[in-house]
Design a protein around this ligand. Sequence first.
Ligand code: TXA
Ligand code: MG
Length: 348
Amino acid sequence: MLNPKPFRLSLTQSYDANQSVNKASYISDLITASQLLRAGSVVAMPTETVYGLAADISQQAAVEQIFALKGRPTNHPLIIHIGAITQLQDYAMRISDYAYQLAKHFWPGPLTLVLYKSDLVGDWVTGGHDTVGIRMPNHPLALELINQVGKPLAAPSANRFGKISPTQAAHVYAEFGDKVAIVEGGDCQVGIESTIIDATEPHVCTILRPGMISEAQIQAVIGSHVGIQPFSKNSRQVSGTLKSHYAPSKPTFLFQDAQGLAKLQAEQQGRFVGLLLSEDYAGVFTQSITMPNSENDYAQTLYSAMRSADMSLCDKIAIELPPMGWKGIRDRLHRSCASFQQEIYDNA
Ligand code: TXA
Ligand code: MG
């Protein structure tokens, strides 16, 4: 009988997805990780977006462990991660042509399709919903793990409910300590969670959660005969669409421009750490973290920067909003401050 005692896998080893990897040094770890998963344990695995808390979808008790560890309400559905596009038809039904097109174009990658579930997906994964979110992650270790287990892996982001998602193995350790085994996969390359699309309707889809795959990229693949309808109150519920999510524990405020910053300073006292794009603002804050100017690099470092800010000696966090077009990033920023801030500090 396998000992399911939690352990950490080579947490100090750094892994660069762009370099050729001595896979042999990981194989034995992945075999152990896949044995743990088959034995019904939860294992944290890297993906290209964020680390996930993974369990074999066919094992109800293992999946229930995920909800317990996260402190997540049991009616909030989990995404399942498959190892090949061909597995899509095993776990989803009534798959429209455009859903296939999106899978073929973006997988493996940071896109989740919500589709009607097949009987192979238990209610314990979907929180009783008749649909399932599916994606094929673009990380060699995740894909190898899924294929070694031989079943899709249900995996939400490996953070406690409502908190900042992890993009490094060390972040997962900070959340759960020795309670879960962690497969070290280096820094996540995308850095924010996948774009989620409700693809259950044949002629129109809805973006339930924006991400680094944009609406324009999606429209270019599905063509103009399939519409993209705006997210509304009637859209399917996702916990990532709760008003407050991805939240640091320190009060967090967003500002748009110099006037917004002046207003924020007038209304909020305390020692601030700033996450800044513009160097002009650096002197204003007790501490500042310079954010990258490119959208991809910003996304990749965002959660690490938010964690550093949260651990700083300052009492509050101020974040300069990036450009309007960075929708996935702005979505996460707005939710991260939602429990502290009623309005965004802009020049209005
Ligand atoms: O990039 C990602 O998507 C990461 C990595 C680990 O794959 N996963 C992730 O999972 O962000 P999670 O559980 O933290 O967020 C998934 C979101 C939740 O808001 C959940 O409510 C929604 O997807 N979701 C899952 N299945 C759904 C369904 N059938 N219908 C509507 N929303 C669904
Ligand atoms: Mg999450």
